[in-house]
Design a binder for this molecule. Structure first.
Ligand code: FAD
Length: 439
């Protein structure tokens, strides 16, 4: 049916992209928008339920001019939102960032033609003193063995993830979007198929939610709801928090983000609980299990929730701390979890109408850099639904199963890890996990 503001629109998933989509549909005047999720915002399994995320530092485009166009377009729209949209502005911290690498291979990856440069406003960091001087005395007490990097003092930084998502959902609800949450009432068990189209979705309580357009924004869980033809690889990363004292929180306020692309990253402690979040860097964990829904002996990477991380991940976090802030390296973790995202084969987003199901719109493939786009990604998703994306965006975001044929599931996809973890790992091999008391 032709689309109008009277159309019924169903959004599956109230995570990062689902909340953004809800907001932009509300702003465009759609009157009957419903969002389904097993949990009220912020969903504990959403990749966005997190203290902070980096506002994208570079493009994932490489040398291709069209990809660079897309990457810039996305970043411009996001930055505009972080700077000027009252829904997001309070949650952006333009503290600058430090990008670093240790091995030759990772340095080469960092120092590409479009990478950081003095001409681009970056300050080179070559010695441990250079690194230490980027933050107040007493923060970076480490030796930075073998580190080289760059410092950008403005134009990048971090965003409060959970608060931005809550803010988007709140504004969407104010504009009339209906959120249905709950293990039964909100969890989608399947889409509704009929007349060679998708007509909505069924929730665990058996309710059939019919809609004129169905938008799939279920993040890493999307592949379990719709056959994505191997275009999504659910992959998890690991994060941990360290409790800081009020004095430390003061000293650590407004620090730039520090990101070594093969060690990990951290941002300043959060203002509410004084917890410093860090991630150890690696190409990710999959969870390979037999696909019970298929006849052949296929394996699928199946997401699961866990508020612990592998002990080997804890060891990597502590090794990263030892190089940067050894005074914190032995402090217990106050919180940890695994966090799922979904990688497309080229890490470009997949935002498109489905070629065979005219009413189905896909908003997936965050590929590890999808959070910082929350201010505007829903507008691109709404454009895809309204068939208004420009040609280059449409081409980049397209449904592209041909690119996932015979996919190398172990591809590093441009990521690095320290020795021993410079590969895509499998949770099925993990025997030991942290044992952090739940809050
Ligand atoms: P999600 O936010 O995960 O949302 C999916 C939603 O679907 C959830 O709310 C879930 O409850 C819901 N859902 C699941 N199953 C169902 C169902 N059956 N029915 C209905 N709903 C369902 N990006 C950055 O830009 N900068 C960063 O620094 C950064 N760091 C990251 C660090 C880690 C550790 C991880 C894991 C990711 C990071 N990302 C970062 C990536 C970013 O978080 C994701 O790309 C983005 O959050 C994806 O949004 P999404 O809406 O696709 O998925």
């Amino acid at each position: 049916s032709p689309l109008s503001t009277e159309s019924k629109i169903l959004v599956v998933g109230a995570g990062t992209w689902g909340c953004s989509t809800a907001l932009h549909l509300g702003r465009r005047g759609y009157k009957y928008v419903t969002v389904l999720d097993p949990y009220p915002v912020p969903s504990p399994i959403s990749a966005g339920t997190d203290l902070n995320k980096i506002l994208e530092l570079g493009s994932f485009a490489g040398d291709d001019a069209d990809e660079r166009y897309v990457s810039n377009k996305l970043l411009e729209a996001a930055t505009e939102g972080w700077r000027n949209d009252p829904v997001f502005k309070p949650h952006f911290h333009e503290t600058g960032c430090i990008l670093a690498a240790t091995s030759d291979e990772a340095r080469n990856h960092m120092n590409t033609r479009d990478g950081p440069s003095e001409a681009g406003g970056w300050i080179p960091l070559r010695t441990k003193e250079d690194f230490q001087a980027t933050m107040p005395n007493g923060v970076l007490t480490g030796e930075f063995p073998g580190w080289q990097g760059w410092w950008m003092q403005k134009g990048a930084g971090w965003v409060h993830a959970r608060k931005s998502m809550e803010s988007a959902a709140r504004e969407a609800a104010r504009l009339g979007v209906k959120f249905i949450a709950g293990e039964k009432a909100g969890r989608v068990t399947s889409l509704i198929y009929g007349s060679s189209d998708v007509q909505g979705a069924i929730t665990a309580d058996g309710t059939r939610h019919f809609a004129d357009r169905t938008i799939l924004c279920a993040g890493a869980s999307a592949a379990a709801l719709f056959d994505m033809k191997d275009q999504l690889r659910p992959t998890a990363w690991t994060l941990a928090h360290i409790k800081m004292t009020p004095e430390e929180a003061k000293l650590y306020k407004d620090l730039p983000v520090l990101f070594n692309i093969e060690r990990g990253f951290f941002m300043e402690p959060d203002e509410d609980n004084h917890e410093l979040k860090m991630c150890d860097e690696h190409p990710g964990y999959c969870n390979w299990i037999p696909d019970t829904s298929s006849e052949d002996s296929r394996q699928i990477s199946s997401p699961f929730a866990k508020h612990q991380i592998p002990l080997e991940s804890e060891a990597r976090c502590r090794a990263f701390l030892r190089e940067t802030m050894p005074h914190l390296a032995d402090r217990p973790f106050s919180f940890a979890r695994i966090c799922w995202c979904a990688d497309t084969p080229n890490r470009a987003f997949l935002i498109s109408k489905h070629p065979d199901y005219a009413s189905l719109v896909l908003g997936v493939g965050g590929s590890g850099h999808g959070f910082c786009h929350i201010p505007a990604i829903g507008s691109f998703i709404a454009d895809a639904m309204e068939e208004k994306l420009d040609d280059k965006l449409k081409q980049s975001f397209r449904w592209r199963p041909e690119t996932a044929k015979g996919r190398d599931w172990k591809a590093l996809q441009g990521r690095f890890g320290p020795e021993g973890a410079n590969r895509v790992m499998d949770f099925q091999d993990i025997k030991q996990w942290t044992n952090i008391a739940s809050r």
